[in-house]
Design a protein around this ligand. Structure first.
Ligand code: FES
Length: 106
């Protein structure tokens, strides 16, 4: 297990435990992090798991694949350079302590 923090829209910080190998969206949604809706269930299609990477160790995040980049570009609200879909980021030891800010809805 690793600990990852999600910052909700009102600034509330939620530290959650993520099982290694699980997409970060899953423990965030299960913990009730506000703003993580995950309508598509993790298929990189809905962008309702969109977050901004606030803190992460260098090299700890996998590169975004074309499907993720397309969904961010066309479906995410206010995409930024640090935008990611948390359903596409699997928990790894390198991500322990990472911080993500939940993007506002579409
Ligand atoms: S859950 Fe739909 S894009 Fe991540």
């Amino acid at each position: 297990m690793i600990t990852v923090t999600f910052i909700e829209a009102d600034g509330t910080r939620r530290a959650i435990q993520a099982k290694l190998g699980d997409p970060l969206m899953i423990p965030a949604r299960n913990a009730g992090v506000r703003g993580i809706v995950a309508e598509c269930g993790g298929s990189a299609m809905c962008a309702t798991c969109h977050c901004y990477v606030e803190e992460a160790a260098a090299g700890s995040l996998p590169d975004a694949l074309p499907d993720e980049l397309d969904t961010i570009e066309f479906n995410a609200n206010e995409p930024q350079d640090n935008s990611r879909l948390t359903c596409q980021i699997k928990a790894t030891p390198a991500l322990d302590g990472a911080v993500f800010r939940v993007a506002t809805g579409r």
